[in-house]
Design a protein around this ligand. Structure first.
Ligand code: 3EB
Length: 341
């Protein structure tokens, strides 16, 4: 496969700093970040197509999810070292010294099943990672559409899990899958975007939950391939990734139809993961949290906000999105990232 470097940056620094960050910005606040395009790994748009102010070389993908309230939002991944755009087949992205960002839109226009489209997309992602030399996926976001709809007798989320499972069986080099989110949107095409590195993250499971990759077959023919959390360590800096986390204990949904109950259970799961990560980390984790909250009903954001403050602190950066959680009885889900300080 051919790697095309859209704008090679000859000044890539070799300092060991392992820093990268994410910012959630609206059209106005994004402008300041976009003024330094060489530090941008990738941009995800919510409720917006590629904006004209974005430099042509900057990777951009439009997510099929909308902000829960207000206008368009951007999720902007930046790096401390210069970023070099790259494309391998249908996967676009960029890489810095120690981290790569990539994205692919799923093609569901043909006759192929969703599982075939997902498997093909993931195989393209593995080709991309191999060609650019960042072979280890650290974090996946799977934004589907009509996620809980049934398609010829099998729910689309379950078909998605089959396709992902096939590609991971063929190409994933790690024993356990990376951190992920799987959420359904309401407009546009499904997308998968991701972060990849040269070395794997240390995965962490939630003592309150069965590992998703070991869910019993009542949730579909293939278990969801993701870990609950991970610590990515590089040059003594440690960042923490937390997968989409919901009101599940063991493998069962708790507090069906009860929003306050689901919020409290989700917070307990997040606290358990943060506790497990603190045990696994070599030094106390610090740094600002970035939190994404997915709500089935945009009217539920105000009820979730105090739990976000309590678990992550009032200074946590947050992005509220309207999304369908992959089990229709789940009303909300929260994911988080804590950058190394
Ligand atoms: C769960 O715990 C809730 O399929 O990649 C959360 C995070 C969920 C990731 C995925 C699914 C995924 O099972 C759903």
């Amino acid at each position: 496969m051919q790697v095309s470097l859209l704008s090679p940056d000859s000044s890539i620094s070799r300092e060991p700093a392992a820093n990268f960050a994410v910012h959630y910005a609206n059209l106005h606040t994004a402008l300041a970040l976009l003024a330094q395009p060489s530090r941008i790994l990738g941009v995800v748009g919510y409720g917006i197509e590629r904006p004209g102010v974005l430099p042509p070389a900057c990777p951009f993908v439009a997510a099929p999810l909308l902000p829960a309230a207000g206008g368009a939002m951007f999720e902007i991944w930046t790096a401390a070292s210069p970023c070099r755009p790259c494309q391998v087949g249908p996967v676009i992205g960029a890489c810095s010294d120690d981290l790569a960002f990539g994205a692919i839109k799923l093609d569901e226009t043909g006759k192929a099943s969703l599982e075939a489209a997902v498997e093909a997309a993931y195989l393209n992602i593995f080709d991309f990672m191999q060609d650019i030399g960042f072979q280890t996926p650290i974090r996946f976001w799977n934004y589907l559409t009509s996620i809980t709809d049934h398609d010829q007798g099998l729910e689309r989320y379950r078909r998605f899990n089959i396709g992902r499972h096939r590609a991971f069986s063929a190409r994933l080099r790690q024993q356990v899958p990376p951190v992920a989110s799987g959420v359904g949107g309401h407009q546009g095409a499904p997308v998968i975007y991701f972060l990849a590195a040269r070395e794997p993250a240390m995965t962490i499971e939630n003592p309150r939950q069965v590992s998703a990759y070991a869910y019993p077959p009542i949730y579909g023919p293939c278990s969801p391939s993701f870990s609950r959390a991970s610590i990515y360590a590089r040059a003594s800096a440690e960042s923490l990734f937390i997968s989409g986390t919901a009101s599940i204990v063991g493998h069962e949904t708790r507090h069906r139809g009860d929003l306050p109950g689901q919020i409290a259970e989700t917070a307990a799961n997040l606290r358990a993961l943060i506790g497990a990560a603190a045990q696994a980390a070599t030094a106390p984790l610090s740094g600002r949290w970035s939190v994404k909250i997915y709500v089935q009903d945009p009217g539920d954001c105000a009820a979730v906000e105090p739990a976000v403050d309590a678990v992550f602190g009032a200074d946590a950066e947050r992005l509220y999105l309207r999304g369908d959680i992959c089990r229709s009885d789940l009303l909300m889900e929260i994911e988080a990232f804590r950058r190394s300080a």
